[in-house]
Ligand binder design. Structure first.
Ligand code: TRP
Length: 452
């Protein structure tokens, strides 16, 4: 369509890094390790990797190709190919709006930790009670959340994404090197081997449908799939850049950082708290409780900690900026309003929803929806319910409405499609069936109707 008018990525490296920049964020460093710890270690890792090379590969190729084929972002792309499916674009667009507020709450926690490390409070953060004490307060976590969200909004308002792209190109390699260094240090601590074993060796007795659902939700989240983002990225991609190998590289990058984050955190759980089920099942607080202890035990750990939290903060910011940008640009287009007003609306809605998530750990701890605190509830609704639904309909759309050949033709514009058979099989049969089974069992499980 209007391909000439869209500003494009210059080449393959630019495209891969930009997509990886969106993908790599708190999902990899904060969310992946706590899920892996909670859902059985090695078995979660194995299921995740299997899903990444089948589901993840298929969906990412489909989304990027849809974007490149139509030259449009999610809502327009589905609509232009089949009017009946425009609802899918809207549904996909709702997801970033749900994620942004609670993402910013976590981003606020990271900012607070960076501040503590700079201000000399690193030792305090390593104490067991520090994290729980911090998030259960009213004013402080809300303040850090507002700072994080405010900075995100300012950058989106000023539209300096170009600069951000440059920053993340430089930042990502540093993050990889630093993560490797911390992971090696963690693994070499006395007593860490039990943790490494737990993380790497699958224990099949820990396998259940919840493991698969959690891994699938994490896959969508981490790779920014099933929410229209990759469609938008694809619309900026040049026709001659190889789609298939770009997807492979983005996946390797994203999974590599998540794997390293697990290696930094899980062995340390064994060293400092023993590998007890309570220690492993800590959930969202795992990174914040464990890593400061690692830094404390390290010579020069305060400086490593500052650098680490700074990089995590920047990775989180690049992600929150693109989350917000997505919502803002949709509002601008659909409501025909200006950028400033649209930013303000998204900011205010996010403040309201984020407040629920933040106070849900403090004064509103008693308020629960289907047994979950607000933050966990928003996380559950977006990752375990909406994203599988969007992924399911995307598979139906590609598999039966426009047909896999339409995607394959797009991929083949830039070379051979080596995994075409795998792609066709997964998108038509394997993915839709599995997604429905897992979604149904998990929702029943959440409402306590049926325990797996
Ligand atoms: N993938 C990002 C992460 O791992 C989070 C994320 C989800 C995201 N959806 C997004 C980032 C959309 C940018 C745009 O942290």
């Amino acid at each position: 369509m209007n391909n000439e008018k869209r500003s494009g990525f210059t080449g393959k490296i630019g495209f891969v890094l930009a997509a990886a920049g969106s993908a790599v964020g708190l999902g990899n460093i904060w969310r992946f390790p706590y899920l892996a710890a909670k859902y059985g270690g090695g078995i979660f890792l194995l299921v995740y990797i299997l899903l990444a090379v089948t589901f993840g590969f298929t969906l990412m190729i489909a989304e990027i190709a849809l974007g490149r084929k139509t030259g449009l972002s999610a809502i327009g792309a589905f609509k232009s190919l089949n009017k009946k499916y425009s609802f899918l674009g809207y549904l996909a667009a709702l997801i970033p709006a749900i994620i942004l507020p609670y993402y910013s709450v976590i981003g606020g926690w990271v900012t607070k930790y960076l501040y503590e490390f700079i201000a000399g409070g690193a030792g305090e953060t390593a104490k067991d009670a520090f994290f729980g004490g911090f998030i259960s307060q009213t004013g402080e976590p809300v303040m850090w959340f507002m700072i994080f969200l405010g900075v995100t909004a300012l950058i989106v308002l000023c539209g300096v994404e170009k600069g951000i792209e440059k920053v993340s190109k430089f930042m990502m390699p540093v993050l990889v090197v630093l993560s490797m260094f911390i992971a090696i240090y963690s693994v070499c601590m006395p007593g860490a081997m039990a943790g490494v074993k737990y993380y790497i060796m699958p224990d099949f007795s820990k396998f259940s449908a919840t493991t698969v659902l959690a891994a699938m939700g994490q896959l969508f989240y981490s790779m920014s799939l099933a929410m229209g983002i990759m469609i938008t990225y694809g619309s900026y991609m040049k026709k001659e850049v190889s789609l298939e190998s770009s997807v492979t590289q983005i996946e390797l990058f994203d999974t590599g950082i998540a794997f390293l984050a697990g290696l930094m955190i899980i062995p340390a759980v064994f060293v400092f708290s023993g590998g007890t089920p309570e220690a492993l099942g800590k959930g969202p607080s795992l990174m914040f409780v464990t890593l400061p202890k690692v830094f404390e035990s390290m010579a020069g750990g305060t400086y490593i900690g500052i650098l680490f939290f700074l990089l995590v903060l920047l990775a989180a910011l690049t992600s929150s900026i693109s989350l917000m940008e997505t919502v803002v640009s949709i509002l601008c287009d659909k409501l025909k309003i200006g950028r400033k007003l649209s930013c303000l609306i998204v900011f205010l809605i996010s403040v309201a929803l984020g407040l629920l998530s933040s106070l849900g750990y403090g004064i509103w701890a008693e308020v629960k929806i289907i047994g979950l605190q607000f933050l966990d509830f928003f996380d559950f609704i977006s990752n375990s319910v909406l994203m599988p639904i969007v992924a399911f309909f995307t598979c139906i759309f590609v598999g039966y409405v426009i047909k896999p050949k339409a995607i394959a033709d797009e991929v083949e514009l830039s070379g051979k499609f080596k995994r075409k058979a795998l792609f066709t099989f997964v998108i038509k049969y394997l993915a839709p069936v599995c997604i429905v089974l897992i979604l149904v069992s998990s929702v029943l499980d959440a409402f306590g109707i049926f325990k797996i």
